[in-house]
Structures are given as C-alpha cells and as structure tokens.
Design a protein around this ligand. Structure first.
Ligand code: AMP
Length: 485
C-alpha cells in the first residue's frame, strides 16, 4: 500500500529543460552544450541517453551539467548519432539518481528513453491503477507512468503506444523520447510548456528553448505545435497530430520569469516581452521617483521597460554575485534569508539619498523582496517603491513551474497593501492581468478562452487536477503537502 504520495514534493516542484538530437556526429557533445544553455531550467540533476544504431548509452548525475559532463571519457562513451537530454530541478523530496531523467526502459519493441518538462496532473491516479495491475515502478517521478502505459499496451509500434499512453495522461508535458533509431518530440494538446525544432547540420534538434539551438549553431525551424508529435529519423521530420485540436494555453510565466531572455517562444522574444510588460507597468502604476533599479537578473528587462516607459533613469542599484545559485533553491526560510545576502548587494553610490523604484518579476513567498527593500533602505534610499511585472502569484502551479503550496504564497494570504507592509516598501503595485495581456499584444484577457495558461495568477487551471481532488473527493496532494511541511 502506498502510505505517502509517491511523487510528494518533487511532483509539485519540478522545473526542467529538454533536448533531443538526431543525425549528428558527436551527438553527446552537442547534447551537453544544449543542456548547458538550458541550465537555468533545472540545476539539480542532468542526464543524457544516446543511441549508436545498436545500443543505448546513458549517463545521469546529480548537479550541474558542467560538473557531470566535464570528462572527455564520459562524453566519449555516449556514442551514437541520436540523443536526448534532460536537466531537472526539485527543491526537496527525492533527490536521488533513480529519478534523474531521461528514464530508460526495455519494452517489447526495444529500448525507450524519455525526458519530460512539465507535470502530469493525474499521474498518481494512473500509477495507482498500474500498480494494482502489477506494474513495478522504479522511480517516484510522474513521467514513469508514460513508460508503463506504453509497456502494458500490447499492440502497435513505438509511436502508436506513445499515443495510446498520452491519451491517458492529463496535465502539461513537453517530451523528448529516444527509441531504436528515432528521436520523438511531443507537446501536450494545450502546448503549456515550450518545445522548438531546429536544423543542425544534416540533422535535427529539439529543445525547450531557442537559446539551446544558438549554442550549437542550429537554425530555428519552428515551434513544435500544441498537440503535435514530431518524429526525427532517417526520413527527416514526420509530424503527427493525434489529439483533437483545442485552443492553445502556453504558459505566460515563461515570458515573465522562467525562460532565458535571449530565447524566442511562440514567435515572441522573451526579452521584448519582459520590456513590454515593464513599459505597461509604468503606464498602469506610475510613481514619482529618481531611479529605476532592477532586482537582478530576472527583473532587468522589465526594469528597462519601466524606465523607458516612465522616463526615469535606469541604474544597476543592486549588484548580483553570480557564484551562488538562485535563492529559491534553498529549502528553509532561514537559509533563504542567508541566500539573499549572499546573492545581492546594494550599489550605495546609485541609491543613497534617492527615491528608488525596485522592479522584480514576481513575489512568491515575499522573502526576497523583504530583504532587498531592507538592503536598499540601509544603503540610504529615501523611498522604496516596488513594481512587479506579474500579477500577484496567488495559486500554485501544477504544470511544471516550481511554486510552494498555496498557503505559502504571500498573495494568497494578503492584498497588495498588506503585502507592502510585510515587505516594508512605501508602495507596491503588480501589473494587472489585462495589462499583462495588453503587453503581450492582446486587447485583453479572453475570459472564455484565455490566450495563455495563467493559472498561477487566476486559478483558472486549463486541465483537470485529478490528483488534487482525487477520484474519491479527498484532496490528496494538499493533505500530503501539509504532512510533508
Ligand atoms: P520570494 O522570495 O519567495 O518572494 O521569491 C521571489 C523571487 O523568486 C523573485 O525574485 C523571482 O525572480 C524568483 N522566482 C519566482 N518564481 C520562481 C520559480 N518558480 N523558481 C525560482 N525562482 C523564482
């Protein structure tokens, strides 16, 4: 019997980056470079599986790509012309090697490796059924249900079985898979998570972001479409659309925070999107001040947009130390406090005696903002106004962005005025949800069929959350999250 949720924390807290390459010499070295460019999407573990025409080769390790794949011998043993790779991040829970992707299984048709960015929202329910029927799970990741669904479907080739499996899962998934002489890429029917296709010499590459194409000199071809499966093999690229079409719901938080600013997603530059949101924020929530200061690095493009939009000078009033990871990674409040001090320092010369507008992309628990406001005041700022380039984060994400459970989200407990008091700033404003959509080039948010997944701001989840409510009506995940905390 399962006494705890098999995915527990890591189910809720995964952020990942994926890459798939077919038809290229030194395929592992290319995959390493691609993963290196996607390191911001997951810093906890990395893995690569290759296929050389006869055999599969794999290397997975905890830690950063540059540390795990730094030996020539490791890269050389990953022989072949086809590869998939994965970087993963989870704050707590099972930080163990058996959870590090790509997962690999020997199925009736041969080897099958898979790497997943996103979260399946019914994985627990599906897993429970599979376990009842005798499946033996090797990991605690939700992704493994896809392999078991393929294994227990006794008909068809790899792609048929994959389609069969995908018809039974709910949630957000961009996948790369490697089978006998083919690389497969998939985006879920709503296209929540990104996946792009590029041309790499005489071969092909799939990646979470275009910055992974740039690093290996690949040419961007197109975004994989929502609900599309692309098969890369010796015949080139084959596109399959096995799902009935639905309106796209791409994750708007990729634009706000998660993706690298030099990437382009769904035709929009992340950098331009962030600047546009900052400019819209300046229109919506102006304030008389002397200087616009970003919280680096994530607040920089939005602050540039705010400065341009308001005509107030932009200054680097906070300097970031790049030799520490994101503060968010640290698991306890105490360590997070230390983390912020390690990571940011006020640039006194630019804030002393000034009325400062601080621009950041989001407030999650509020820990970062509180410390930074304190720091800017201690450096002599006369006023500190916070402007946030996202609406208040009031709901947890169940689709692959790391957010704490709802009770830990500051915006779920307080309104903007209370938050300003908690943070200690003179004023606080978030971009409105319609302002966000305007900045993204829409007239407003279409309430009936929103153009993006914005569930973290609105609570409007675009899929069933089966594991949240449970077939029997209990709130399994929230109960377990409480127990774990
Ligand atoms: P907090 O201190 O909890 O309010 O965290 C807010 C900071 O975390 C902001 O500066 C964001 O740039 C950053 N942030 C927001 N969402 C995430 C996420 N999913 N993963 C890592 N960092 C994040």
């Amino acid at each position: 019997m399962l006494t705890t949720h098999p995915f527990d924390d890591d189910h809720l807290k995964e952020e990942c980056g994926i890459v798939g390459i077919y038809g290229v010499d030194e395929v592992a070295a290319h995959a390493v470079l691609g993963l290196h460019a996607l390191q911001h999407r997951g810093q906890e573990a990395a893995g690569i599986v290759t296929f050389d025409g006869q055999r599969f080769h794999a290397h997975r390790d905890l830690g950063h790509v540059a540390d795990s794949f730094n030996k020539q011998s490791v890269v050389e043993q990953l022989r072949g012309h086809a590869a998939i790779g994965h970087v993963r991040y989870s704050t707590t829970g099972d930080t163990i090697l058996r959870n590090v992707q790509p997962l690999f299984a020997d199925l009736a048709f041969g080897g099958f490796a898979v790497g997943h960015n996103g979260n399946l929202t019914n994985a627990y329910a599906v897993r429970r059924e599979l376990v009842k029927r005798g499946s033996l799970f090797q990991s605690t990741t939700d992704t493994e249900v896809i392999q078991h669904l393929m294994a227990t479907h006794l008909r068809g080739n790899v792609v048929d079985r994959l389609i069969h499996a995908l018809h039974q899962v709910e949630g957000a998934y961009s996948l790369v898979a490697l089978a006998n002489d083919m690389v497969i890429g998939v985006r879920d029917p709503l296209g929540v998570r990104p996946l792009v296709l590029g041309k790499l010499g005489s071969g092909w590459i799939l990646a979470s972001e275009t910055c992974a194409l740039d690093i290996v000199g690949a040419d961007f071809v197109r975004d994989v479409e929502a609900g599309e499966i692309v098969v890369l093999d010796r015949n080139g690229v084959t596109s399959i659309k096995p799902f009935s079409q639905m309106p796209k719901r791409f994750c708007v938080f990729e634009y706000i925070y998660f993706a690298r600013p030099d990437s382009v997603m769904e035709g929009t530059s992340i950098y331009d999107a962030r600047k546009g949101i900052g400019a819209e924020l300046a229109r919506e929530s102006p304030v008389d001040a002397d200087v616009v200061v970003p919280v680096p690095d994530s607040g920089v493009p939005a602050a540039l947009g705010y400065a341009e939009g308001s005509g107030i000078p932009f200054e680097l009033g906070i300097i970031r130390n790049h030799y520490v990871g994101r503060t968010f990674i640290e698991p306890t409040d105490h360590i997070r406090h230390l983390g912020v001090k390690l990571k940011h320092n006020a640039n006194r010369a630019k804030v002393q005696g000034k009325r400062v507008i601080l621009v950041d992309d989001s407030i999650v628990r509020g820990t970062t903002s509180k410390k930074i406001v304190e720091m800017i005041r201690a450096a002599g700022a006369t006023e500190v106004h916070m402007r946030i380039s996202s609406p208040p984060t009031s709901y947890s994400c169940f689709y692959g962005i790391d957010t704490p459970e709802r009770s830990k989200l500051l915006a779920a407990r307080m309104d903007a005025k209370e938050m300003a008091e908690f943070i200690g700033c003179d004023s606080l404003a978030f971009i409105s949800i319609d302002g966000l959509y305007r900045a993204m080039g829409h007239k407003s948010r279409d309430a009936k069929s929103p153009q993006y997944c914005d569930a973290c701001f609105t609570g409007d989840y675009p899929t069933e959350l089966t594991d949240q409510t449970g077939g029997d009506g209990t709130h399994q995940l929230s109960l377990l999250a409480e127990r774990a905390s």
